[in-house]
Design a protein around this ligand. Structure first.
Ligand code: HEM
Length: 417
């Protein structure tokens, strides 16, 4: 019998290593009864492969990154763009150039280098250690004042309206140098923008009013600078329009994010009483508790990037022009990175969690956000040791299907002394 050499193995080309399952739609449904877990379907996809094919609403077939390593690698890679106008959106009709316009002036998250580098350098230099230290003292004061007000008001209160929203709102006022007399108006507009019960017209009107407010603030700082970030920025070569854009962007980036972390984080701690008790008993736990809550809750649960050229990630070829949705919530629950990832464990060292983003767009305000949370969570649980939900957990209104996850309201109560 004549010997036949084995047929050569087919050459394995990138992206053809194994047949890919059919594209999926973005999973959005969170498991019933556990409002803190990402959609279970994301975990199933992550078990199969780090990158799955994803259907976008305009017919594009792009990618969904679910593993910690893939999300981290893509966020760190500048061959992927952050420009909104280059992206397809899983839930928005209209492809690049149709779904969303380019980022407005001052919005750092939707631009690439070199435009991004210029803004980023100017801003990073203003989030100084000295400023963060000064802000820490103000967070302590502001949280104490709001806890006093809650106590005076007596049970029951909506924790979002009484604490989770006003504390970060006032910290943005501190950062931007909003005068005491103007803060009430500022807070009113800011609360109306994110009020789920407001009509779209009212939300838009509040949004316009905030824009006017920031423009007037810029003129005031140019005329009479004070000790704040916005005044500092008036000494740079930024135009008034750029300053107003940056002011509005900081407001958008720093307020609702922190507010939703405080609201949802309190809900999570109330549902995990042993963890809340540990935080109450040991204030030195606060730093790692905040990292773990950020990981566990991942309120900014998805990000997106568009490939500017062909890029290989985890053995998978992503072609130029394709959009990748980054499932940050799933990445932060990846067992390959965090053992027993679905357990909230404040004693865990959750370093490497991706909830503040990663790479050149990583959150610029993260130190401020951390300071706010490190102070606000323990202070709340120490002031009200009997704090509990005033409604059954399933009645807490959740921000389902929204870009930023959280609670709309959190009715809480406690035993009066
Ligand atoms: C818990 C609260 C916060 C969360 C969860 C959060 C989350 C994030 C995330 C995920 C990004 C990256 C977006 C991307 O890669 O496209 C980001 C960027 C940013 N955040 Fe935050 N953030 C928080 C608080 C703040 C605060 C308090 C400020 C400032 C007052 C702030 C200012 C910014 C800015 C300026 C950027 C843009 C950075 C860039 O594109 O270079 N954030 N944030």
């Amino acid at each position: 019998m004549q010997y036949e050499p084995p047929a050569p193995l087919p050459e394995r080309t990138l992206g053809e290593a194994a047949p890919l399952p059919d594209p999926v739609s973005l999973p959005l449904t969170r498991p019933a009864g556990c409002p803190f877990d990402p959609p279970a379907e994301l975990a199933r996809l992550r078990e199969q492969r780090p990158l799955s094919r994803l259907h976008y609403a305009d017919g594009h077939v792009g990618w969904l990154a679910t593993s910690h390593s893939a999300v981290r690698a893509i966020a760190a890679d500048t061959r992927f763009s952050s420009r909104y106008e280059l992206m397809h959106y899983p839930l928005l009709e209209g492809g690049p150039g149709g779904a969303l316009p380019p980022a407005p002036v001052g919005d750092l998250t939707g631009i690439d280098p070199p435009e991004h580098t210029r803004y980023r350098r100017l801003l990073a230099g203003k989030f100084t250690v000295r400023r963060m230290r000064a802000l820490t003292a103000r967070v302590e004061q502001i949280t104490a004042e709001h806890l006093d007000a809650m106590e005076r008001q007596g049970p029951t209160v909506d924790l979002v309206a009484a604490y989770a929203h006003p504390v970060p709102a006032l910290m943005i006022c501190e950062l931007l140098g909003v005068a005491e007399a103007d803060r009430e108006a500022f807070q009113r507009h800011a609360a109306a923008v994110s009020d789920a019960d407001a009509t779209v017209a009212d939300q838009l009107a509040a949004f316009e009013a905030l824009g006017d407010f920031v423009r007037e603030l810029v003129s005031a700082k140019r005329a009479r600078p004070t000790d704040d970030l916005l005044s500092d920025l008036t000494t740079t070569d930024l135009s008034d329009a750029e300053l107003a854009g940056i002011g509005s962007f900081l407001l958008a980036a720093g307020l609702d994010t922190t507010a939703h972390m405080l609201g949802l984080g309190t809900f999570a701690l109330l549902q995990h009483p042993a963890q809340a008790a540990a935080l109450r008993a040991d204030p030195s736990l606060a730093d790692q508790a905040v990292e773990e809550l950020m990981r566990y809750l991942s309120i900014a649960h998805t990000g997106a990037r568009a490939a500017l050229e062909d890029v290989e990630v985890d053995g998978q070829l992503i072609k130029a022009g394709e959009t990748v949705t980054l499932a940050v919530g799933a990445a932060n629950r990846d067992p390959a990175r965090f053992p027993d990832p679905d357990t909230l464990d404040l004693h865990r060292k959750a370093t490497g969690q991706l909830a503040f983003g990663h790479g050149i767009h990583q959150c610029l305000g993260q130190q401020l956000a951390r300071v706010e949370m490190r102070i606000a969570f323990p202070a709340l649980f120490r002031r009200f040791p009997t704090l509990r939900l005033a409604v059954p957990p399933e009645e807490v209104p959740l921000r389902l299907q929204m870009g930023l996850y959280g609670v709309h309201r959190l009715p809480v109560t406690w035993d009066e002394a």
